[in-house]
Design a protein around this ligand. Sequence first.
Ligand code: THG
Length: 268
Amino acid sequence: MLFVGELINGTRSLVKEAVLNRDADYIKGLAKSQTEAGADYLDVNAGTDPERETEDLLWLIDVVQSVVDTPICIDSSTPSAIKEALKAVKSTPMINSINGDPKKLEEFIPIIKERDCPVIALCLDESKSGMPKSVDERMEVLERIMAATRQAGIRDDKVYIDPLILTVATNQNAGNIIFDCIKLIRQEYPETHIIGGLSNISFGLPKRSLINKTFLALAVAAGMDSAIVNPCDRELLEILYATELLLGRDKFCRKYTTAAKEGFVNKK
Ligand code: THG
C-alpha cells in the first residue's frame, strides 16, 4: 500500500488556523509525525480563498520541506497554484489532481510528461456539472483521461485513479459503486494505481472512523492499492495487515506476525 498523509489540509480547522496565523511549528509537527508513521507522500492542501491559496500553499510547502524530505502531493483545484507549487518542491511531487475537463488535461498533460510525476486522475469532468452518479459515468470519463495520458506517452503506472468516493449516508450503494469501479479499473487498466480519500464514505454518519476502516479493507480486497489517509492511525495499519493476510498476500503470515511483534509500527 502507498499512503498519502492527509493531515495538512486547510479544511481541517486547526490547520486553517495555523495557516492564517503562520504557525509553522504546528505544520512541522504534522509533517514529522506523518513521516515517522511511514507516509509515502504528504498531501498539502491550503484550502483557503482563491485570492490567497497560492501564497498559503507555497508557505505550507516551504514549512514542510524545512523538516522532512517526504515528497509532497500537491492538492489543489487551481491550475496556477499547482504550477507555482511545482516550482517550489524539492523532489518529484504527486499532482492531486487532474480530471476529464479537456482544458485541464491540455494544460497539465505536458507538465506531467515533462516532470515525469505521478498524478491523481479523478473520475469526474469538472467542465460538466455535478458528481458522477454511476460506475458507467466514472468509466466514461476515465476512458478519455487514459486516452489523453497514453497519447502523450505517460506510462499507466504513473496514474493514480481516484474513483471518487461519495458518502453512503445519502446513497446506500455508494460503497458498491466504488467496489465495482475498482474491479473494472483493475481489469481495463491493470498497470494503473487506484487511490481514494477514504473519509468521504462516512460523511454525515456517526463513528466515522469505524466506517472508513471497514471500507478500506473492502476496497483493498477489490483492488485499491493506495489511499489518502491519516497514517498515524495505528488501527488502520493493523486492519491493513490483517486484510493482506486474509487475501493470501502474506506468505507464512510473516508480515503480520512480525508487525504484531513490533506493535504494528510502520517502519521506514
Ligand atoms: N481525493 C483526492 N484528494 C483528496 C480527497 C479525495 N484530498 C482531500 C480529501 N479528499 C482527503 N483529505 C482529507 C483530509 C482531512 C479530512 C478528510 C479528508 C478530515 N476532515 C474532518 C471532517 O470532515 O470531519 C475535518 C475536521 C476538522 O475540521 O478538523 O479530517 O477524496 N484525490
